[in-house]
Design a protein around this ligand. Structure first.
Ligand SMILES: Nc1ncnc2c1ncn2[C@@H]1O[C@H](COP(=O)(O)OP(=O)(O)OP(=O)(O)O)[C@@H](O)[C@H]1O
Ligand SMILES: [Mg+2]
Length: 339
């Protein structure tokens, strides 16, 4: 998580509109503003009225209480977001990846949890450009979920007013805005996400009708496969924790704080996993490949060890900063809408 510079300097609060890109992913939620970026695991836990325990924001996450606002269904509710949910409720925290509608149902809870991690102001006036895997069908639901006035309490102490003006675009448009080389018009994107693999063809910034294929296979399934692999179970005497596997994939395959590393198991499972996500995506594009200017691989899955080189053998180029490039482009869109 990086945040480069404080929005409110010298205690002065600005009511200016802040443009934001927002990508609530199955695995990671990404908020990008001109000042920096927040990346939190897409975990949540709603707290019941009867739960009188004192919670605080721990790890890469937050405690949020909704006091009043346009989401009347949330008034007086509290929730934990990101690692905070996982730390307090190891066995029962919710994950966006558990249900495809969670990106809408828990969209505002995740967004407010991410805002809790940016430098604190009393008031935020946000122009949010969010992306969704089927914006044509669900953009109005997401807009309804996010938009409006929200008065919240962060971390049990800071009361903050947030106004959200929201626009929704197709998943991938942000990545295209950043990555398109001059002269490229028709581009295919394969997004290897945490819960999905999304294959799309764009003509300019327009998604071509019937070009999109969404497979519910993502890095999550690779983590589960590694966690339940026979060698893993033999070594740990139990299945591994998929959360620690996921973290280990970006840390030289080290598992938690143990000395165990799972690179061999990764290599064993990678082939089957790619056959279940990248290969169908590539096949889907074959009948339309003749007039494509480029095929790009995006999403955090593209940053997994060896994936870019395997994809390159099929002429698929991996975009740099593949996990956050989409949200970077969404911010660019928000800035252009603001002008
Ligand atoms: N540098 C990296 N090395 C290894 N794994 C990575 C790296 N960056 C991201 N990942 C993994 O890639 C996976 C997918 O990340 P991404 O943020 O694209 O998913 P998402 O957008 O949350 O999911 P979806 O697109 O399905 O909603 C995550 O599980 C993450 O752990
Ligand atoms: Mg994604």
């Amino acid at each position: 998580m990086t945040y480069l510079q404080t929005i409110a300097t010298n205690g002065r609060i600005t009511h200016d509109i802040t443009p934001c890109g927002w990508d609530c992913g199955n695995g990671y939620s990404k908020l990008h503003t001109p000042q920096g970026q927040i990346l939190i695991p897409s975990y949540f836990k709603s707290l019941s009225d009867s739960d009188k325990n004192d919670y605080e924001s721990l790890g890469n996450g937050a405690l949020v209480e909704y006091l009043q606002g346009d989401r009347t269904d949330l008034v007086n509710s509290k929730w934990l977001i990101g690692e905070t949910a996982e730390i307090y409720f190891k066995q029962s925290f919710g994950r966006i990846v558990d249900d495809w509608r969670n990106k809408i149902t828990y969209g505002l809870q995740m967004l407010l949890g991410a805002i809790a991690l940016v430098p604190r102001q009393q008031t935020y006036n946000l122009l949010v450009v969010a992306s969704l895997h089927d914006s044509q069908a669900f953009s109005s639901d997401l807009k309804r979920a996010l938009q409006g006035n929200h008065t919240v309490k962060f971390d049990g102490k800071d009361i903050v007013n947030i106004y959200v003006n929201c626009q929704v675009t197709e998943e991938g448009v942000g990545a295209l805005l950043i990555s398109r080389a001059p002269g490229q018009q028709k581009i295919a994107l394969i997004d290897l996400g945490h819960g999905t693999t999304i294959t799309s063809i764009f003509e300019g910034n327009k998604l071509l009708q019937n070009s999109r294929k969404i497979d519910t296979v993502g890095v999550h399934h690779l983590c589960e496969a590694i966690a339940n692999n026979l060698q893993t179970r033999r070594h740990l005497n139990k299945p591994a924790n998929p959360h620690l596997i996921r973290e280990g994939l970006a840390k030289n395959f080290s598992y938690g704080t143990t000395a165990w590393e799972f690179s061999e198991i990764y290599s064993d499972e990678l082939k089957g996993w790619l056959a279940s996500c990248l290969v169908p995506a590539w096949k889907h594009l074959q009948s339309r490949a003749d007039d494509l200017d480029a095929v790009y691989l995006v999403g955090g899955g593209a940053a997994l060890p060896n994936v870019a080189s395997i994809a390159a053998r099929q002429g698929i180029a991996t975009i740099q900063n593949s996990q956050i490039v989409n949200v970077q482009g969404l911010l660019k869109l928000a800035i252009s809408h603001q002008k």
